[in-house]
Design a protein around this ligand. Sequence first.
Ligand code: 3PG
Ligand code: CO
Length: 555
Amino acid sequence: GASWKLADHPKLPKGKTVAVVVLDGWGEAKPDQYNCIHVAETPTMDSLKKGDPDKWRLVKAHGSAVGLPTEDDMGNSEVGHNALGAGRIFAQGAKLVDLALESGKIYDGEGFKYISECFEKGTLHLIGLLSDGGVHSRLDQLLLLLKGSSERGAKRIRVHILTDGRDVLDGSSVGFVETLENYLAELRGKGVDAQIASGGGRMYVTMDRYENDWEVVKRGWDAQVLGEAPFKFRNAVEGVKQLRAAPKASDQYLPPFVIADESGKPVGPIVDGDAVVTINFRADRMVMVAKAFEYEDFDKFDRVRVPKIRYAGMLQYDGELKLPSHYLVSPPEIDRTSGEYLVHNGIRTFACSETVKFGHVTFFWNGNRSGYFNEELEEYVEIPSDSGITFNVQPKMKALEIGEKVRDAILSGKFDQVRVNIPNGDMVGHTGDIEATVVACKAADEAVKMILDAIEQVGGIYVVTADHGNAEDMVKRNKTGQPLLDKGGKIQILTSHTCQPVPIAIGGPGLAPGCRFRRDIPTGGLANVAATVMNLHGFEAPSDYEPTLVEVVDI
Ligand code: 3PG
Ligand code: CO
């Protein structure tokens, strides 16, 4: 087996407190009115950028640099934090599912065999995010799975859709539902009884994460399993259009609905003998619903009726909990993460964020693994997020509280590494509210200042970076970078992440003289950060890690 012992770095000392700060959704883009980071007052981040050019640079945070299928794939928190924590680039869920579908291997696996036992007598239910965002799921993968399942004996299929508007433009849901409807009609033409059975907006139905609000999952359960929802339609396209017509309605937050037949009966509740697949490959927003389907003992909400089903995830979502136990595609094997190495080498670690991003600096950072490596050496602190609101209403979120907790952890002297995610740029950026996102960026900058001040006090080192872009560009652009206008001449707000690079800065009184960014890794990405951080703790990184970004020159 692997040896956990890390070699000493030949030049860099041990014993410094290292703060690793991840600004969520904080990319680098040209300064204009849609760049909220530029518009906001961000003196701390500005001073890092304008400071020593050997201590600030950009790194790639999208596409193949983080294991995504193409260079058109924007970065996201899962792949970003995986790369930051693991120090290597793994083919990610999106890519692994593509390969399994392309080769047909998905149908030879244990997971598909398991669910296909139900095809003779039961219904196959597919639940997941309906868009081409490529962050949690992809529509083309859903269509391929529908095709493959029907060709392999699924005679009755029900799709439970979750509308997006967060990884794709708001309003695009209608087109995705139409595409799906057209394909289901094709299947019906071939004698397969295939229909949409229920739906709802991803942020309001099913796709909560890190146990922020179980009500979200309950709404999904009620619609998908029980066939109960406040809205009932005959047709999903008409239903989504109708729900969108309400004032302030958006794809992300559509209320739950079920599709009913002419007699008003829901067409697809989940019953004994059925099979269920959650089609998202990304883990964070599937863990809760997977628990609701998989766990016999479950007290997060009243499930009312618990059908005896065969359930599989597109992937296994949690490697530590082995959740779910059945899955169609094996997840990336993200092993030997930097967190695990550092703990084995005695580094006392503190990690912190608020609920909505808590798992990013713990679960994702540690390779989609929940829990501690070593309880004696680690402390993970979660600050409760406001729940039941959209974050443009509270754009400061818990930045101040996070800053205070991290400051206290640094000043306590109990930790060698403090790791933190500051969510504002991302969470408020996703609402598409430009004014609120400006406030969010300022709050994030203030939290960074608190952390850097504490590092200054203890003679430590800081590494400030981000996981992907978001707040630096809030408008959809054409190929030449001009804002795209809709039919009414209005700009199209970009709620999603971007393909922009992100900054990384190093510094602090503990940074060894002569330690600076190397000049020979111009294409560095997030995966280069782990080796960098290990060096700053006084260790060499394992030889298969992506190379460090720092060197020590004689001065
Ligand atoms: C979400 O899940 O909120 C978005 O799809 C992606 O955001 P994140 O990757 O920043 O979490
Ligand atoms: Co995001």
